[in-house]
Design a protein. Structure first.
Length: 345
């Protein structure tokens, strides 16, 4: 296992991070324990979760993932061996978190961290992230583009001030953002500089063969300002395994259970996925192997968040993350990308 420095901190995190959003919905506690044990056996020391999880979000299962992780940490006695990351929800009409619209205000953030710490059975989290901004920006495959500033936004300065309070109190070691834009990263860095505080250390955004929008502005922040990418959805919610090719719908797959996969099903998206499938096959690789190896090759990557619903899927992903693509293979990938860039942002 390779390890990278987390931003400007002294923490070393595994280049593979265990994603956990299936724990409590698609995975039972026993299955989740097996996955976490397997990840630790593979030298993964970085676990990512959120108060939102499990997925899909609903009041009945909210917080279940953190609860399972907390039970595992307590049973294994391994808190100091894990770099633990969680997230506070951004602006949302989901009212079951705070009894009203969720916002990134000081009061809401303090309620959120109290709940997360209780469920995780720990006094602190190593990385606390804003799951998405309070301001209105395109999110999760939305076709909308930024068009206006709303007067009721919780100012990022207020949000960061609340997070730095948590750092001072020892409840949070470092802070990061997620589903963020170049403006948001720049503003967070600027505000940290003005207040002489440690800057944000990471950005958790989607990144895959079919969504490389991170490269358009954010990658430079990662490399110049040490705001490391924590890449999520490296397999495009399973589409980059090939399991949905030709209209297949595997039993108990996320699509079969929940739908919500439209961002990958455009004509351009399916065309690109098929092109990468054929390319992988020509090299005797699976599409999963190609997709994970590509993400792992990125110079701006701090950690690749992988998730699975079965132990065998997790093992396949861990093995795929050990593969190295040649310059010629990377160039072939680039050719497909140039002909059909970012079909599933």
């Amino acid at each position: 296992m390779h390890y990278n420095q987390l931003g400007v901190t002294d923490l070393k995190v595994s280049k593979v991070c265990l994603g956990t959003m299936t724990f409590g919905e698609q995975n039972s506690e026993a299955e989740a324990f097996e996955q976490m044990d397997a990840a630790r056996a593979a030298q993964v020391n970085f676990f990512d979760t959120a108060e939102l999880y499990s997925i899909p979000p609903k009041a009945e299962t909210q917080g279940s993932t953190e609860t399972i992780i907390g039970n595992w940490i307590k049973s294994r006695g391994c808190r100091e061996k894990i770099v633990l990351a969680t997230k506070v929800v951004g602006r949302s009409s989901m009212d079951w978190f705070r009894g009203e619209e969720s916002r990134l205000s000081r009061n809401h953030i303090r309620q959120a961290i109290a709940g997360s710490l209780a469920r995780l059975q720990t006094d602190y989290v190593d990385l606390y992230q804003l799951h998405w901004p309070d301001r209105r920006v395109p999110l999760f495959g939305s076709a909308n583009r930024f068009s206006e500033v709303k007067s009721d936004e919780v100012a990022l300065a207020e949000t960061l001030s609340a997070l730095y309070e948590l750092v001072d109190e020892g409840k949070v070691r470092h802070i990061g953002v997620s589903n963020e834009t170049a403006w948001g990263v720049h503003e967070a860095l600027r505000l940290a500089g003005l207040s002489n505080r440690q800057p944000i250390v990471s950005i958790q955004n989607a990144y895959s063969l079919v969504n490389r929008t991170f490269e358009q502005g954010l990658a430079e922040f990662s490399m110049r300002s040490k705001v490391g990418l924590l890449a999520y959805s490296p397999l495009a919610q399973g589409y980059l395994t090939g399991k949905y090719r030709n209209g297949e719908l595997p039993k108990n797959s996320r699509k079969e259970l929940f739908g919500r996969m439209g961002r990958y099903e455009s004509e351009r998206g399916l065309k690109a996925i098929e092109a990468y499938y054929q390319l992988a096959s020509s090299w005797g690789m699976s599409l999963l192997e190609l997709a994970q190896a590509f993400v792992m090759s990125r110079p701006f990557l701090t950690s690749n968040i992988i998730g699975a619903t079965t132990l065998s899927q997790l093992e396949d992903n861990l093995k795929a993350c050990e593969l190295t693509l040649s310059p010629e293979q990377l160039q072939a990938i680039e050719s497909i990308h140039m002909n059909n860039p970012n079909p599933s942002p």
